[in-house]
Design a protein around this ligand. Structure first.
Ligand code: T4K
Length: 369
C-alpha cells in the first residue's frame, strides 16, 4: 500500500530552532499572560500582515467570538453557510441571529450582490469569510456597510498573508480574524489573531481576552480566557521566519495540480483573483458528476482506497447543522448547496512532493474511466 497522504500536514521548524526559541522560558518562568514572545510576535505580525493593530488569541475561534462580542452587535448578522462550523457558532454563541447569504460560484465567498436583499432594520453587521484564501468583494462590502451603517468583521481564518491591491487583507473592514491552527499556512500550534481599525475597540477586545479585567480592582466586561501562551508564540516566531518559503512550496504543488487537472471536463479548479497575492491555503476542486463521469463522493472514496485523504471542506453547510434546526429562517442558498455537495479539497502542504501530487491526480482521473 502506498504511504498515507492527509489533506494537510503541519509545517514544523527544526527541533533546534524551536528549542532555541523556548530555552529562555526556563530562566524567566514567564509562560503566558502577554509575555515577551507574545509581544514580539504581535509586532512582527502587524508588520507582516500589514495591519495597524493586532491582538493575539489562544485559537481562531475564540478570537472570532470575542471580536464579535467587542463590536457590541445586536439582532441579525449577514453571513454565509459555506464555512467551517466556527463562523456560525461564534455568531450564535454571541446571541445573534445568522442570516445566510448565498456565495459566488467561482470564488465561493459571499455573493455581495445579494447582501442588500437580506438587510432589515434588525441587521447590525456582515460577517463574510475569505474562503480558501480567496478574498470577498471587499470594496462592494464596505460600500454596503457604509450605506446601511453596518459593521464588517471578516473571518480571515484562511487568508494569512493575502494581499489585495498591495494592501494586507486584514486592513479591510472593522476587524478580521486569522486562524493560526496547526493546519494553517502559518501556525502557532493553536492560535489566532484579530486585526482591527479602532483603538478603543482594541482596548475592549484585549480586556475581553483577559476575563474582562480592566485593572487589579476592576472587571468591566463579561470576558473569557483568550490568551496566547509563550510556547505558542515561540512556534509562531519560528514559523514566521520560513513563511515565504512555505508559501512558495505550496505554490509549486498548486502548479502541479493545475498542470495535471486543467481542461479536464467537469472539474472546476480555483481561479486566481485579479490584484490578489494569494497564500495557496487550499486546493478545492468542484466536480460536476454528469460531465466528469464520477461524483465528488465517488472520487473521495477512490482516493481513500489509495490511502489519500482529501476532505469535503465545507460539507454540510452550517445552515443545515442539526443544532440550528427550526431556529432560523430557511437559507435560500442554492449555489452554496451545489458547491458544498460537489467540492473536494485536495491535499496541500509544503512537504507534499510532486510525485505525490501526480499520484493524487492520476487517481482522480482514473475514477472517471
Ligand atoms: N473559520 C474558518 C473559516 C475556519 O476554517 C476555521 C478553522 C476557524 C474559523 C476556526 O479557527 P481555529 O479555532 O481552528 O483556529 C481543521 C482545523 O482544526 C480547523 O482549524 C480548520 N478551520 C478546519 C478547516 O480544519 P478538522 O476537524 O478538519 O481537523 P482534523 O483534526 O481533521 O485535521 C485535518 C488534517 O490536518 C489531518 O488529517 C492532518 C492534519 N493535521 C491535523 C492536526 C490536528 C496535522 O497535520 N497536524 C495536526 O496537529 O478541522
Amino acid at each position: 500500500m502506498n504511504s498515507k497522504i492527509l489533506v494537510t500536514q503541519s509545517s514544523m521548524p527544526s527541533k533546534e530552532e524551536y528549542w532555541k526559541e523556548i530555552e529562555g522560558l526556563w530562566d524567566s518562568h514567564w509562560l503566558t499572560n502577554m509575555g515577551e514572545k507574545h509581544d514580539l510576535l504581535t509586532a512582527q505580525l502587524e508588520h507582516f500582515l500589514d495591519v495597524q493593530n493586532l491582538a493575539l488569541f489562544n485559537n481562531g475561534h475564540m478570537a472570532l467570538e470575542l471580536a464579535i462580542q467587542a463590536m457590541d452587535l445586536h439582532g441579525e448578522v449577514i453571513t454565509t453557510p459555506f464555512t467551517f462550523a466556527s463562523t456560525t457558532q461564534a455568531i450564535v454563541r454571541n446571541g445573534l441571529t445568522p442570516v445566510f447569504c448565498d456565495i459566488d460560484p467561482v470564488n465561493y465567498t459571499i455573493d455581495a450582490s445579494k447582501i442588500e436583499f437580506l438587510i432589515t432594520e434588525k441587521t447590525s453587521a456582515i460577517i463574510p469569510v475569505h474562503v480558501y484564501g480567496n478574498i470577498c468583494a471587499v470594496d462592494k462590502i464596505s460600500e454596503i456597510a457604509e450605506k446601511y451603517h453596518l459593521k464588517v468583521i471578516y473571518d480571515a481564518a484562511h487568508a494569512f498573508g493575502v494581499t489585495y491591491r498591495g494592501r494586507g487583507i486584514g486592513s479591510y473592514g472593522d476587524a478580521s480574524m486569522f486562524s493560526f491552527h496547526a493546519t494553517k499556512v502559518f501556525h502557532t500550534i493553536e492560535g489566532g489573531a484579530v486585526s482591527y481599525r479602532d483603538k478603543e475597540y482594541g482596548g475592549r477586545l484585549t480586556r475581553l481576552r483577559n476575563f474582562g479585567i480592566q485593572d487589579e480592582g476592576t472587571v468591566s466586561e463579561l470576558g473569557a480566557n483568550g490568551k496566547m501562551n509563550e510556547f505558542q508564540a515561540a512556534m509562531g516566531l519560528c514559523n514566521l521566519r520560513h513563511i515565504k518559503e512555505e508559501i512558495q512550496k505550496r505554490k509549486k504543488s498548486v502548479e502541479g495540480y493545475r498542470e495535471m487537472l486543467v481542461d479536464v471536463p467537469g472539474l472546476q479548479l480555483p481561479v486566481l483573483q485579479a490584484d490578489v497575492e494569494t497564500n495557496y491555503a487550499y486546493f478545492p476542486i468542484v466536480i460536476d458528476p454528469q460531465i466528469f463521469g464520477a461524483s465528488r463522493d465517488e472520487v473521495c472514496e477512490a482516493l481513500k482506497k489509495q490511502n489519500i485523504f482529501a476532505r469535503k471542506y465545507f460539507y454540510p453547510l452550517t445552515s443545515s447543522f442539526s443544532c440550528y434546526q427550526g431556529k432560523y429562517k430557511d437559507a435560500n442558498v442554492p449555489i452554496a448547496k451545489y458547491i458544498s455537495e460537489n467540492v473536494l479539497t485536495l491535499p496541500l502542504y509544503a512537504e507534499l512532493s510532486m510525485a505525490q501530487v501526480k499520484r493524487i491526480c492520476e487517481c482522480i482521473l482514473k475514477t472517471k474511466d
